[in-house]
Design a protein around this ligand. Structure first.
Ligand code: FAD
Length: 414
């Protein structure tokens, strides 16, 4: 069996960015993905749209891009597939296929990493369950981009699941879409719809604990995207609990569908056109690595010397136990930095994390888990591995200045 320079586990936006970056820098890369397409939550959980990735002035003009580099390239490539000004994220599946193919990344779809082999302070290989049976594949370096931190858990790294106080994670949500919505009428009726939803939730008719309907309307004409189901109190990395959550979220979709058909004329001819294949997991395992990012650091915009990504998205905690959402904004005109050390487990020198399982507290995680920042963390992880590999160093001893220079050369904002 071939040995790779790098195995990236998880083909979400962070895993794609890590794999493509490292392959472009000359490494042989295997990307292992559990589903049949790339994009992770964007593709399988219909997550939409990208949350904030720029500093803007009061007229919404971009003053500074905070997430750039490979993330900008993804957005530019998406324009090639988009038609009629639609913001249809389905086309990112093609964008990501193109990027891994052009970069020469080997991709294994429908393949799940279920075990790791390790020796001293190194991971040596992974065990993959797939249609060919069990594959044992080795590599010099590994990136855990599984969102849930499967690799760090299998390897025995320190992590926290959910919030520190009680282990509860932010709620899971199954996104869905409705077609044939009369959007102009819907916009007029929205205040009435939200008020009625609140009334029915408070009197117990609606069982969904979310405080309101969260929706977006730019995907295609007449289509509304709903991020409005909320399953609380279930552990996303407990297989039985997650399975129950899938069923409960679909029940809530049916509830919302009939609520809208009954109370809004904008939905008279509408139907559900798409229900995400996988319930969306906002939070589960978070590495407790060399540096653990805290909310104070983000809110105070701490100037980390080893910064590898930027952001200004707020602390945004969907209540893990019921109704309500906590928001804490980053000071106006400021942005925070993500330190490279937050990608590093303490226990291994050839393993990095990228994306949602980054080393952070529950509160900080709620800000930095967004897609643009995950893409930038992935680019940093892949680039760091390439430099470490090419300079005979490791993830802990790699020259961070060189890493930053390389990221800037690739167009990243630091
Ligand atoms: C409901 C919801 C709404 C959100 N809304 C927004 C939003 O509007 N805007 C925004 O910017 N962000 C949003 N987010 C956050 C964002 O979608 C995620 O944090 C982001 O997708 C994480 O990217 P990732 O690459 O780290 O992980 P993921 O996208 O979760 O990808 C991980 C991939 O790893 C694969 N995988 C997992 N385990 C294994 C394994 N053992 N072996 C092989 N493959 C494996 C999975 O199949 C998946 O494809 C939302 C999240 C949710 C859940």
């Amino acid at each position: 069996m071939k040995k790779y320079n790098l195995i990236v586990v998880g083909g979400g936006i962070s895993g794609v960015a890590a794999a493509v970056s490292a392959a472009r820098d000359g490494l042989s890369v295997l990307l292992v993905e559990g589903s049949g397409n790339l994009g992770g939550a964007m593709s399988n959980s219909l997550v939409y749209p990208f949350m904030g990735f720029s500093l803007d002035d009061e007229n919404d003009n971009v003053v500074k891009l905070l997430s750039a580099g490979i993330f900008t390239e993804m957005r530019e490539r998406h324009k090639k597939y988009s038609v009629d000004g639609n913001d249809n994220y389905e086309w990112y599946k093609m964008v990501f296929d193109d990027m891994v193919t052009e970069a020469g990344v080997d991709v294994l779809f429908h393949s799940t990493v279920f075990d790791v082999k390790k020796k001293d302070d190194k991971i040596t290989g992974v065990s993959i369950a797939c249609k060919s049976g069990v594959l044992e594949i080795e590599a010099d370096f590994f990136v855990d981009a599984t969102g849930d931190g499967d690799v760090i858990a299998l390897a025995g790294c320190e992590f926290v699941n959910g919030r520190e106080s009680d282990g509860l994670s932010q709620p899971m949500t199954t996104c869905f879409r409705m077609i044939n919505v009369d959007i102009p009428l819907f916009i007029k009726e929205l205040p009435m719809i939200q008020a009625k939803f609140k009334e029915l939730r408070e009197n117990g008719t609606i069982k969904n604990p979310r405080e309101n309907l969260l929706l977006f309307d730019l995907i295609c004409e007449g289509v509304l995207h709903f991020n409005s189901t909320r399953v609380v109190g279930k552990n996303p990395v407990d297989a039985f609990e997650k399975s129950k959550a899938e069923i409960e979220a679909r029940r809530q979709i049916y509830e919302i569908f009939w609520f809208l058909r009954k109370y809004s004329k904008a939905f008279t001819k509408s139907d559900v056109i798409s229900i995400a294949n996988h319930i969306g997991v906002r939070e589960s395992r978070k590495l407790q690595g060399v540096h653990v990012i805290t909310a104070d650091e983000l809110l105070n915009c701490v100037d980390f010397e080893d910064s590898i990504a930027l952001g200004n998205y707020c602390i945004d905690i969907h209540n893990p136990s019921g109704t309500g959402t906590t928001i804490k904004h980053i000071p106006k005109d400021k942005y925070y930095k993500i330190p490279y050390r937050a990608l590093l487990p303490k226990e291994y020198t050839n393993l990095l994390v990228a994306g949602r399982c980054v080393s952070s507290t529950h509160e900080a995680h709620s800000a930095i888990r967004i897609l643009p920042i995950c893409a930038c963390m992935g680019e940093a992880a892949g680039t760091a591995v390439a430099i470490a590999h090419n300079t005979n160093t490791n993830a802990h001893t790699v020259d961070v200045k060189k890493l930053q220079e390389s990221l800037v050369n690739k167009g990243a904002a630091l």
